[in-house]
Design a protein around this ligand. Structure first.
Ligand SMILES: [Zn+2]
Length: 49
């Protein structure tokens, strides 16, 4: 299951990368008032950085 964590260590999970790509920007907006691009999310997922 793809998993993503933000700079503060909150984790998000979804059934697919597409699911995360729609979930993560919401988190970033609500928590931090910032935007994150789809490319950046995908890059992070693939690099596991
Ligand atoms: Zn967070």
């Amino acid at each position: 299951m793809p998993r993503w964590s933000c700079a503060m260590g909150h984790q998000a999970e979804a059934d697919s990368e597409e699911g995360l790509v729609s979930k993560v920007p919401e988190h970033m907006r609500q928590e931090y008032g910032t935007e994150i691009s789809r490319e950046r999310i995908l890059r992070k997922l693939r690099e596991g950085e």
